[in-house]
Structure formats: C-alpha cells, structure tokens
Design a binder for this molecule. Structure first.
Ligand code: NI
Length: 183
C-alpha cells in the first residue's frame, strides 16, 4: 500500500465528471490495490472521506471512515465504507447546515447546507450492488465526496461566503466546532 499525493484546488481533475468503473476493471489487482491506497491516504491525511479525483483518478469511487471519538459523541463512528459507481436515488427535503473542510482545499472551512439523509445505490469493492440510506454526519461526508465525483467542491455549495475562513480562526471563534473534519 502507498500514500498517494492529494490533488489541490486548481488541478483540472477536481473539475471533471468521473466515469463509472467496469466490472473487470474493478476486479483487477491494479484497481484493488488503488482502493487500498485510497484508504491508506485518507487515514494518513486524517480525513473522514476521500474521492478518487483527489488522488488524480477521474473514477466514480469514494471511501469514507470515521473513527469513534469519545470527545465528540455527536459524530458517531462510521465503519470503512467503499462505494463504487454511486447513484443518488433519494434525499430529504430537510437541509442541515454545518462546517466542512476539504483535503484538496487545506485549512479552509465553511458552512454548507446538506440533505439530512440521502439514499444511494452503489457497488462495493467486489462489485456487489447495495442500497444504503445515510443520515446526519455520514450523509454530509457522502454528499461532500459525491460532489468530487461530479467535479464540484464545497465552496460552490455555500450559500453565503461570510462563514468562509481558516480552520484555526474558526476553531478559536466556534469552540464547539472543533470536530470539523476534512473530506
Ligand atoms: Ni473534499
């Protein structure tokens, strides 16, 4: 396994719509090893999510994981989740606003509205189809990562740039928001 370099804002790969992965391509040792590298990169970078364009591959593939942290019971653990060829099939009307950060836009935070729950269809790393309903923090991580799959970044989802700022300043101003994570 290897930690891959993370693409940063300005790299055109972050603005491309990704393509679906074919079954034989997904099963290949190269792709399986790439998925392992994505997981290792997410963990090394202390992220809660990572999408393939963030490691320079324009593929419909994302990984998410949240370790349990007793200091932040409002952010329950999310086991390692690997989603391939993702389609959104439903979403709540209710939107929830919270802070987001992105490994491709280091040190920047902003408030973003996301659907409270979202329902998706996807494949796992072995090509098995599944349907999943995510809510609250995992739903937010998913929506952030899914944006990367369609060439969007969280800045475009902000309805007001007034909250945009550097993470250190924001943590100092909003002590309760220290748990803001990168994705
Ligand atoms: Ni991101």
């Amino acid at each position: 396994m290897a930690v891959l370099p993370v693409t940063k804002l300005g790299n055109p790969v972050l603005r491309q719509k990704t393509r679906f992965i074919e079954a034989d391509e997904l099963a290949s040792p190269e792709m399986q090893s790439f998925i392992d590298d994505m997981v290792e990169t997410m963990r090394e970078e202390d992220g809660v999510g990572l999408a393939a364009p963030q490691v320079d591959r324009s593929l419909n593939l994302l990984v998410m994981e949240v370790a349990a942290n007793p200091r932040y019971p409002e952010f329950p653990a999310l086991p390692l989740t690997i989603l391939v060829n993702v389609e959104i099939i439903g979403a709540s009307e209710e939107l929830v606003e919270d802070w987001e950060g992105c490994l491709s836009i280091p040190d920047i935070r902003g408030l973003v509205d996301r659907h409270q729950w979202i329902e998706i269809r996807s494949l796992d790393r072995h090509g098995n189809p599944s349907q999943l309903k995510l809510q609250d923090f995992p739903a937010r991580i998913f929506q952030h990562e899914h944006d990367h799959l369609i060439g969007k970044i969280f800045l475009e989802r902000m309805k007001d740039f007034a909250s945009l700022g550097y993470s250190g300043e924001i943590a100092a101003q909003f002590r309760s928001e220290e748990a803001v994570e990168n994705a």
